[in-house]
Design a protein around this ligand. Sequence first.
Ligand code: SF4
Ligand code: F3S
Ligand code: FES
Length: 233
Amino acid sequence: MQLELRIKRFNPEAGTEPWWDEFTVEVEPNDRLLDALHEVKWHQDGTLALRRSCAHGICGSDAMLINGQNALACKVMAKDVEPRATIEPIRGLPVLKDLIVDMEPFFEGYKRMLPWLINDEQPPDDQERLQTPEDRHRYDDTTKCILCAACTTSCPIFWGDEEYVGPAAIVNAHRFIYDSRDQGAPERLKILADRTGVFRCRTTFNCTEACPRGIKVTKAIQDVKRSILFERY
Ligand code: SF4
Ligand code: F3S
Ligand code: FES
């Protein structure tokens, strides 16, 4: 089958304004949109710039705006978007070239969450730090994040306010705040209580709809808001 691709292009060396290009590619119905983009890049226009790595929904590098919704190009099937797909870079981050954005501001927010286990005590008898299945379940959902930025770049608050850490950072803070082995929750909650943190969220739910891992992002944000308000985690 044929698939038309309308792709938003930008090249800082060619000018300051973006433009649109159209391509027609031959694909199988079960091919992914990433296959169609490869077809363009490898056989029609080698200058097309995009990020991808695993092609299996794991590395999180090919989030883009596909027919108006953030998604991973390697998870969208050609048959689900035919006869045409409009593809743009994710919003709210500076575009470097074509579909590639500068992820630095996104990762800055992530790093502010201290996304590692904080615990200065020695584990008992130099063994693993044990926890119950119930304790593990508290943060199970937020361990699934692949840092693709689909959530943060679908959030209207993030588009309008570069200071908001955004939902992905909060998801990754959540993963440690509710981990019974971690002792850094007070520090993370303090960071998230400031003006760049969770209270910027207006419960728009775009983030939850955009997440390719099915993480209940808005619920995770609500958990953190409650922990700050009731000083309980
Ligand atoms: Fe991507 Fe979901 Fe993680 Fe957001 S929470 S960065 S959408 S995997
Ligand atoms: Fe934005 Fe998600 Fe909140 S889209 S406003 S972070 S619920
Ligand atoms: Fe790795 Fe799509 S290429 S998630």
